[in-house]
Write a protein that binds this ligand. Structure first.
Ligand code: 7RM
Length: 656
């Protein structure tokens, strides 16, 4: 399977218009309708978003200002009072949806649970009251480090309900990574579980929390709330640690949602960038609620009878926006799955679709490539006829994988929405609306209504059709991140200073390379900065380098991505050693283990290459471009004249 290359997608001419049947019953039914909505949004963006906010959400109090834009700082719906937990739960209780399934959970090994809107509301209120009892107040931050169990969604909604911001840390992150995030976010409490199920084994979570909190290294954390999941042996520290099932006993299920200001902090989610430690991406209440609500409704074409399944983990933005907030705000049935394909059960995803009659399925290209490898006999042996819409997210999808997904999973009847967006954008930005926009395999197609996306050069000019450039957004949108937690200057530098303002319009720099074709369709090429996308997970090369150099044997480290058929990219680390250490197979293994310990298994280098020196410019900058070529076994081409010591390159070549 080939990677997405300019060559391969330039030849991609296939066009897949939605079927008349799909379009007829879709929320947005035609290209003309999409274009009309876009025209309305462009003519008066504030009116467009205000009308949707009025129609789609419940407000305790209406806003006074739609948008206050002091570039790059946006405030949406100032003066308004709203609560996203209310919009996701309470407002549905007054309708027939009260007894509709809100959350279907498929757990490992074989557990399952369905919570109606009424039941989910009850549990959220109880957890909210428990948080209050433990002293959590409006404005506090709560860390969430949980596996894919209903309590993850319950915890998020409980925080939102009382006005505490959550900061969810992916359960695959190490104790060290967890500690960094809890410290940066000054979390007051952590919600975790004894452990979680990952591919037939119970992995510890509480033990990692203990490690993260050891020796008072996160002084702000006063309490730990522990969900029982795996029943593995754990230690409970008296006074600090509490079982959720104990505190849930006898706590009231009545907890009115706190009216929040539109711009009150909803959550912080950490994401990797090209420099420094992960950034705390800040999302606030009203704009995020509106943006995730309307994108979920139109892009996934949610109908009231649908069972919708997004396979992301709650620890990533996709889990936040498109498992929890977007679907529940729409009163949908959202499915949550704890498992993953493994040798003992390679067809488990298709079993889940068949068992629950899933209608909408949203996953990542890396997963699709793994499905292809496992063989089409697996999906072919199941009845997947309930599916009516498919989606992808996280990385560019190669046309071959797109076609397989379309044929084998979608039975050539389901539109595919290839959705481009980021942690920072809060919700989907470039995507087909499935009843309106014809798709092309490998293209995220067109911007969502109200989004002014462009492909630009570094002067901020639009580049002509079919020429490469930088993916950028011209106008603020309600779901955009508001700042980097505790570091507004980093927010400005990272996203708003790469491209100069054009005609007074500030331009958001996404960090992705892209091109638009003659139909205006976007083809996203991947990151243009030092971010690697491994299996749809974003990792900063610098984070991995810092982890490596924190090992006593390592003098210097340079990390690059190498194309990988399955994962999109794989991590290759070039390492020089301190004088007293010699390269060995053992040290190689130890360094990989060290990175896992520092960051988590997702950051484990595929390859570590020991070298005597790293190629540098005269000013001492590591020439990653050369290392990237070396890592992927390509001839080193282009300009090497800035290389300080040419023999370094020869030695590196010999070593490979
Ligand atoms: C949602 C998410 C963001 C980065 C982004 C891109 C890449 C995401 C697509 C994609 C091509 C897509 N948030 N990316 N979606 N590239 N086509 N449909 O993934 O913050 O974790 O990552 O992911 O590089 O900048 S994220």
């Amino acid at each position: 399977m080939s990677q997405v290359t300019i060559e391969s997608i330039l030849q991609e001419k296939r066009l897949f218009p939605p079927s008349a049947e799909f379009s007829q019953s879709a929320h947005i039914k035609s290209l003309a309708e999409y274009q009309q909505i876009c025209a309305r949004a462009q003519a008066d963006p504030q009116k467009f978003w205000a009308e949707l906010a009025e129609q789609e959400l419940h407000w305790f109090q209406k806003w006074t200002t739609v948008l206050d834009w002091q570039p790059p700082f946006a405030k949406w719906f100032e003066g308004g009072k709203i609560n996203i937990s209310y919009n996701c739960l309470d407002r549905h209780l007054a309708t027939w949806r009260k007894n509709k399934a809100a959350l279907i959970w498929e757990g490992e090994p074989g557990d399952s649970r369905t919570l109606t809107y009424a039941q989910l509301h009850r549990e959220v209120c109880q957890m909210a009251n428990v948080l209050k009892q433990l002293g959590v107040q409006k404005g506090d931050r709560v860390g969430i480090y949980l596996p894919m169990i209903p309590e993850a969604a319950i915890a998020m909604l409980a925080c939102a309900r009382i006005g505490a911001a959550h900061t969810v840390v992916f359960g695959g992150f190490s104790a060290e990574a967890l500690r960094d995030r809890l410290v940066d976010g000054q979390a007051k409490l952590v919600i975790t579980a004894d452990g979680g199920w990952r591919k037939d084994t119970a992995v510890p979570l509480k033990a990692q929390v203990d490690k993260a909190l050891a020796d008072g290294s996160v002084p702000t954390v006063k309490d730990v709330l522990v969900v029982r999941r795996t029943a593995q042996q754990i230690q409970m520290e008296p006074g600090r640690d509490h079982w959720w099932h104990d505190l849930q006993q006898g706590v009231s299920a009545n907890c009115p949602a706190e009216p929040m200001d539109s711009e009150d902090l909803l959550f912080i989610l950490y994401t990797s960038g090209s420099t420094g430690k992960p950034k705390g991406v800040v999302h606030t209440t009203a704009g995020y609620n509106l943006y995730t609500h309307i994108t979920t409704k139109w892009i996934f074409d949610l109908q009231d009878t649908d069972v919708y399944w997004c396979t992301a983990d709650i620890g990533w933005i996709t889990g936040h926006s498109y498992i929890v907030y977007g679907p529940l705000s729409n009163g949908a049935t959202t499915l949550m799955y704890e498992g993953a394909p493994r040798p003992s059960n390679p067809g488990c995803m298709w079993d889940v679709i068949e068992k629950h009659g899933v209608n909408i399925f949203y996953t990542a290209p890396t997963a699709i490539r793994a499905f292809i490898k496992m063989g089409e006999h697996l999906p072919n042996a199941r009845n997947l006829s309930s599916l009516r819409l498919l989606g992808t997210v996280g990385e560019p999808i190669n046309p071959e994988a797109w076609m397989w997904y379309y044929r084998i999973i979608g039975g050539e009847r389901c539109p595919i929405v290839d959705t481009w967006w980021q942690t920072e954008t809060g919700g989907i930005m470039v995507t087909p609306l499935p009843g309106a926009i014809a798709t092309k395999p490998g293209s995220a197609t067109l911007p969502f209504p109200g989004i002014i996306a462009d492909v630009v050069d570094l002067e901020g000019n639009n580049v002509p059709a079919n020429e490469g450039g930088y993916l950028a957004v011209r106008h603020p949108w309600p779901g955009m991140m508001r700042t980097v937690f505790g570091d507004p200057d980093r927010f400005r530098r990272t996203y708003w200073e790469h491209i100069p303002p054009k005609d007074g319009q500030y331009t958001y720099f996404a960090g992705d390379g892209a091109r638009r074709d003659e139909d205006g369709y976007f083809w996203v090429m991947g990151r243009v900065d030092d971010v690697i996308n491994v299996a749809g997970h974003r990792l900063g090369t610098m984070e991995i380098e810092s982890a490596l150099v924190s090992h006593p044997a390592v003098a210097e480290a340079a990390v690059v991505g190498k194309p990988d058929d399955l994962k999109g990219e794989e991590i290759v680390a070039f390492v020089t050693l301190e004088g007293t250490f010699d390269p060995s197979e053992e040290l190689n293994k130890e360094l990989k283990k060290h990175v896992v310990q520092e960051i988590g298994a997702i950051a484990r280098p595929g390859e570590i290459r020991f070298t005597e020196a790293l190629p540098k410019t005269r000013s001492g900058k590591i020439m990653r471009r050369l290392l990237r070529s070396l890592a992927s076994g390509q001839e080193v081409s282009g300009d090497t004249s800035t290389l300080e010591d040419r023999s370094v390159l020869d030695k590196l070549r010999e070593g490979t």
